[in-house]
Design a binder for this molecule. Structure first.
Ligand SMILES: Nc1ncnc2c1ncn2[C@@H]1O[C@H](COP(=O)(O)OP(=O)(O)OP(=O)(O)O)[C@@H](O)[C@H]1O
Ligand SMILES: [Mg+2]
Length: 580
């Protein structure tokens, strides 16, 4: 493709108006040139012979009349082995590499190759001469961390290709040719272990998209039992400032049963990002005992970076997620926070002087949010394997008001809603997911009757509590008071979970079923108490015993002992409901 040039005619913050000759495309990358610096930008709108470019860096120093060089390529990421364990910014600059060379403050116009071009990877071929392949087919594999990273036929290559030759097993860099393919017209093409893909275009080199059904186990009880996430599904975590969105995502990134986790930290406070960069590599994967970072990619943009870079980070993260899904893996993408991304959209839209919609967000806010979550999914690959990309996004609505446009647009498209509550966070009832307002369309790992019964108790308990606040405890009947105590018991021993306790932090689905069955039994039981004080004392003791139980590993002797203690305490406190 021809490369075109342009001249800057206007500068408004990060938005350039550029007059160009020839042809340019929407989302094409251009570089604004000044004093030997090349500032990366993207075309976000074309009008006649003028293109509007958002610059991914500070535009200070740039002047009207400066030249712009277009690349003919859309904003892309480099795909290949070596992505895992990296911390990138939204444009896939490797931050750890940059920090090593420049410290934490990056100079302008510095661009790095995203992948190590020197490193040799041990390649094993998976096809042979004469095989017919198409985009997304696995040509070979290399070991990356503890995964088999598939070397695939680049996704942009259309039609069928015949393998002319494929390299023997051996060590190669990502730029070495590993295969020679012949297309339908007879032309040959060399394949290396890396290629680029435009971030705003979903990767669809698979046979079929399937309905997400199977639960994705997060080991957070309130999620897995009451508001489950599906493998390949979508969910959102709206929550007011400081309600625990980031901590909840960190817990999930640690314990969720997936192969790969991609964290898009877009627009959070810089300090938080630095903390993540420091802390995360120290954590170990509870399953493999290896560094968690080995199966993680972090895309970090802080609110101090230009808005355009923030916007790109969501797309970059999604593309990396889709890429690993193509290898047959289960990937979880956590975006924190999508509100910052939406704010970036609003800023850009404002500069383009577009007609604003609700709360000055652009009219296309809803469709952008929908398009983002639609990139999640359970797919059947050409190999017949199933693989998934699950997307969970936090939303930080101003003032915790869920009626605002970003939360509302998100709720329309996601499969589960984990609404965080200010009251629960203040009362330190963590994770602060509201058990009354939240919902999920996915199937739980716990039998439906248990869940319905337990939820009904939460609603009833809430009602009694509301009533008690008006008429006081004295005015409440003993019967109602016991309902309240039971609901509080369920809340404290099951909905709340201690993220800092080794055992309690992650509850397996087996354990969830087992424990909830016990709780069900207690909720059903008709206790007989002479007065409210005795009832309160009893539930207080039961709660303490249960919380101690939560801290004991399920396979331990102590677990069984504690269970016996609990059973003994309950027994003789009244009649079981018939049939229990
Ligand atoms: N599961 C938890 N267990 C214990 N403490 C928690 C938990 N979740 C959150 N907290 C407490 O709440 C604080 C705020 O949590 P967090 O940073 O996750 O909130 P946030 O919703 O991401 O806030 P922001 O809107 O500022 O991004 C934490 O520093 C921690 O003290
Ligand atoms: Mg946060």
């Amino acid at each position: 493709m021809n490369k075109h040039k342009g001249i800057i005619r206007g500068i408004n913050g990060n938005l350039l108006t550029v007059e160009f000759d020839g042809n340019v495309r929407q989302n094409e990358v251009g570089y604004a040139l000044r004093d030997g610096e090349r500032l990366k930008s993207e075309i976000i709108r074309i009008q006649g012979n003028r293109a509007f470019l958002q610059v991914f860096e500070n535009t200070k120093g740039l002047m009207v009349g400066d030249a712009v060089e277009f690349t003919g390529e859309m904003l892309s990421v480099q795909l290949g082995p070596g992505l895992l364990g990296q911390i990138y910014d939204g444009l896939q600059n490797p931050l750890t590499e940059l920090a090593k060379q420049f410290g934490f403050f990056l100079p302008k116009g510095v661009l790095f190759e995203a992948l190590d071009s020197q490193k040799k990877w041990q390649f094993t071929p998976l096809v042979k001469k004469g095989d017919v392949v198409r985009s997304g087919f696995w040509l070979g594999e290399v070991s990356e961390a503890y995964f088999k990273h598939k070397i695939m036929l680049p996704f942009h290559l259309q039609g069928e290709y015949t393998v002319e030759s494929i390299n023997n097993a051996g060590d190669y860099t990502i730029h070495d040719s590993i295969a020679l393919l012949r297309d339908e017209k007879g032309e040959t093409r060399e394949i290396t272990m890396n290629f680029n893909w435009p971030v705003k275009i979903p990767i669809t080199a698979y046979r079929d998209k399937l309905l997400p059904k199977e639960p994705l186990i997060t080991k957070v009880r309130i999620i897995d039992t009451f508001f489950p996430v599906a493998r390949g599904g979508t969910y959102c975590i709206p929550g007011p400032f400081g309600a625990g969105k980031t901590v909840l995502q960190q817990i999930t990134s640690r314990y969720a049963e997936v192969d790969i986790v991609i964290i898009a930290a877009c627009g959070e406070r810089a300090g938080e990002i630095v903390e993540t960069m420091r802390e995360f590599p120290k954590l170990t994967d509870p399953k493999t005992k290896k560094s968690l970072m080995e199966r993680t990619i972090i895309i970090a943009n802080t609110s101090s970076m230009p808005v355009a870079a923030r916007e790109a980070s969501v797309y970059t993260a999604t593309t990396l997620g889709e890429y690993y899904r193509q290898m047959g893996l289960d990937v979880l993408l956590l975006a924190d926070s999508t509100s910052r991304w939406a704010q970036a959209m609003r800023e850009v839209s404002g500069r383009l002087e577009e007609i604003p919609g609700d709360e000055a967000f652009p009219a296309y806010l809803e469709s952008r949010i929908a398009e983002f979550y639609e990139r999640a999914g359970l797919v059947e690959l050409y190999s017949g394997d199933q693989a998934s990309l699950t997307i969970g996004g936090t939303v930080s609505p101003a003032g915790g008001n869920f009626e605002e446009p970003v939360t509302q647009a998100t709720l329309k498209v996601v499969g589960a809603f984990h609404g965080l509550s200010r009251d629960r966070a203040n009362a330190r009832r963590f994770p602060s997911i509201d058990p009354l307002d939240s919902w999920s369309k996915y199937e739980s790992c716990v039998p439906g009757e248990l869940i319905e019964y337990a939820r009904e108790f939460l609603f009833k308990g809430h009602e009694v509590h509301q009533m008690m606040m008006v008429i006081g405890e004295e005015g409440t009947s003993l019967e109602d008071f016991i309902v309240y105590l039971k609901a509080e018991f369920l809340d404290s021993v099951y909905l709340q979970q201690n993220a800092f306790d080794k055992v309690d932090a992650a509850t397996s689905p087996e354990r969830q079923r087992y424990v909830l069955q016990h709780i069900y039994h207690i909720l059903q039981k008709e206790f007989q108490f002479d007065n409210k004080d005795l009832a309160r004392e009893f539930f207080y003791e039961l709660r303490q015993k249960f919380i101690d139980w939560n801290y004991l590993p399920m396979e331990s002797e102590d677990f069984k002992k504690q269970e016996k203690l609990i059973n003994k305490l309950i027994k003789g406190m009244g009649e079981d409901e018939p049939g229990v």
